[in-house]
Design a protein around this ligand. Structure first.
Ligand code: 4NP
Length: 160
């Protein structure tokens, strides 16, 4: 039997699935554990560039500096079935949103949304791509995804 849609299942999506979305996955996993929240958590990329690869070493290092181990995660590509499996598909930027919308099945219950739409005052904003940047950009990514992770835990714990 399949999982019912009453238990939350969250998929974080970026382009390569080696920087932003694995960091979001790790940050949210840590926040959910702290809160005792039962939730399925994965991440994926709209592109297939890094399928099967671990996160970027800078993403692993930044997460580790914040007490979170993401080294065992492996890249995978977003697929249409994800919009049936997950209650939340949270994308990092507007290009990811376009990429995700291009493959959402018409009959799927879940639609993609921007991750920072969860953060008060950041609605409509993107989590900037740190791939071509330096370590400070990865710190900014961690800051964004951990704020969103806390907001998402609060939203999932709030009564309907
Ligand atoms: P991500 O960053 O989407 O946050 O994982 C990127 C990773 C790889 C590439 C671009 C962005 N790339 O062009 O290979």
């Amino acid at each position: 039997m399949g999982r019912t849609m009453t238990e939350p299942a969250v998929l974080f999506v970026c382009l390569g699935n080696i920087c932003r979305s694995p960091m979001a996955e790790g940050a949210f996993q840590a926040e959910a554990e702290r809160a005792g929240l039962q939730v399925t958590i994965e991440s994926a990329g709209t592109a297939d560039y890094h399928v099967g690869e671990p996160p970027d070493p800078r993403a692993i290092q930044t997460a580790r500096a914040h007490g979170v181990d993401i080294a065992s995660l492996r890249g995978r590509q977003l697929v249409a079935q994800d919009f049936h499996r997950f209650t939340h598909v949270l994308v990092m930027d507007h290009a990811n949103l376009a990429g995700a919308r291009a493959i959402v099945p018409a009959n799927a219950p879940t639609r993609p949304m921007l991750l920072l739409d969860l953060v008060k005052g950041r609605e409509g904003a993107a989590v900037a791509d740190p791939y071509y940047g330096g370590e400070e950009n990865f710190e900014d990514t961690w800051d964004d995804v951990s704020r969103a992770a806390r907001a998402l835990v609060a939203a999932l714990l709030a009564p309907d």
